[in-house]
Design a binder for this molecule. Structure first.
Ligand code: SAH
Length: 410
């Protein structure tokens, strides 16, 4: 029978016998755990040699002798010669030192678990009977996949002395357009502070006792002011909670993420930012619009439609090689078009308005600068929408390429 124990190797002496591929793999793992490793082998493979050089490890350049295990907490043998490995195992047995024997079927007193990690959680697989590394690895991978999906109960039940805040970019809406890291942090969170935009579906999958605070703008309700959001983040983290601030798109693109980071840092609360797919790129993409395209658009100018129109925006609108992407721009469209026309931007510049990108209600209105206001009104275009101005917004932009691809496969 086997008892699985989590051993902390940090700063502890480990002896590895043998200089081949198995040693190289495990050596990396032990070094990653902070072990102090010495290697016993008459010769080393290039990868072990490389690790020995890089980490300045002690290499005892000869065959194993029983004295080599003195002072070790753990010994690992992978000589490729079963009788040599058995000799190491028995030397360890006499000294009561745990020994992992990599030889096929040749057990030592310890075995290495196939491991997968998620944040501070380590899940290991070992077998009670004879070793079966492929089965262990497959099981490990299956558990790892569930951990990455955020579908396992990762949330700590015991409060940590220090809470923290993670600003998670949720992407444009669908849960599977979130990052793996974002999903994991959500699964670990005690408190989630969410907006109206972004992946709100994932909130329904959280534990019933996770506190969800909606600070987003709802029709008829006032949004929570930014300084109050900052205060909420700090207060929950100070109470020892793991706080996720879930945002639509990317936290640092018109998300006021910078202010939230500053508020946390000022309060001494640990804070990290997880990037998300910003609607600047992903919403045009959902309508088949590449915001840069070789030979068509070499640069991108991104603006907040509610802000003042600057000379750099007018220059971008006038430049046929630049794509202008407008967020929060539905209400401001008439003002933007009037300013562009007054600055002499040609009225036939293509415009695409993409509403609710990456959702089932997605809709794209194709128009031109000159007709944009009338067409948007006729279509009753609503927020959230991304407005794209430039040649990449032409409906037929990618068509020739598609036909060429079709020709090539014929
Ligand atoms: N941090 C976000 C942007 C927040 S500002 C990001 O990186 O995407 C909010 C604006 O984003 C909206 O007014 C709209 O212009 C745009 N937006 C966000 N999600 C959208 C979606 N699914 N479809 C269309 N526009 C979207």
């Amino acid at each position: 029978m086997t008892t699985m124990v989590g051993i902390s190797l940090h700063g502890r002496s480990v002896v590895m016998v043998g200089g081949g591929a198995v040693t190289a793999r495990r050596l990396e793992r032990f070094l990653g755990d902070g072990a102090v490793v010495r290697v016993v082998a008459p010769e080393l493979s290039p990868s072990v040699q490389n690790l020995v050089d890089t980490h300045r490890l002690t290499w005892i350049r000869r065959r194993f002798r029983a004295v080599d295990v003195a002072g070790a907490w753990l010994v690992h043998t992978a000589t490729g010669d079963p009788s040599a490995d058995a000799h190491v195992v028995s030397a360890c047995e006499r000294k009561q030192i745990l020994c992992i024997n990599a030889a096929d079927g040749g057990h030592g007193s310890a075995r290495l678990a196939a491991e997968t990690r998620s944040g501070d959680v380590v899940v290991g697989v070992v077998s009670d009977a004879s070793v079966d590394p492929r089965r262990a690895a497959r099981l490990r991978d299956a558990v790892g996949a569930l951990l990455r999906e955020g579908s396992l109960p990762l949330r700590r039940r015991r409060a940590t002395p220090r809470g923290r805040v993670d600003l998670v970019g949720g992407g444009p809406g669908p849960a599977d357009l979130m990052t793996v890291r974002g999903r994991r942090l959500l699964a670990e969170a005690d408190v989630v502070i969410a907006d109206r935009l972004g992946p709100t579906d994932v909130l329904a999958d959280l534990d019933p006792d996770v506190e969800i605070i909606d600070v987003g703008k709802q029709p008829g309700h006032h949004p929570v002011p930014q300084h109050e959001i900052n205060a909420l983040l700090v207060a929950h983290a100070r109470a020892g909670k793991r706080v996720v601030r879930l945002k639509g798109g990317d936290p640092f693109v018109y998300g006021r993420g910078g202010e939230e980071v500053t508020a946390c840092l000022a309060a001494g609360v640990p804070v990290e930012v997880v990037p998300g797919l910003t609607s600047v790129v992903s919403v045009p993409q959902s309508a088949g619009i590449p915001i840069t395209h070789r030979g068509t658009a070499a640069g991108v100018h991104v603006i907040n439609g509610q802000a003042a129109i600057t000379s750099s925006t007018l220059a971008a609108l006038a430049d046929p090689t630049v794509t202008t992407v407008v967020l929060m721009g539905v209400a401001a469209l008439p003002r933007l078009v009037a300013a562009a026309e007054a600055a002499g931007v040609p009225g036939d510049r293509p415009v695409a308005i993409v509403e609710r990108g990456h959702t089932p209600e997605q809709r794209t209105t194709r128009t031109t600068l000159g007709r944009a206001v009338a067409d948007a009104a006729a279509a009753n275009v609503q927020n959230p929408a991304v407005i794209v101005v430039g040649d990449v917004a032409r409906a037929d932009l990618l068509l020739p390429a598609t036909q060429l691809a079709g020709d090539a496969t014929r």
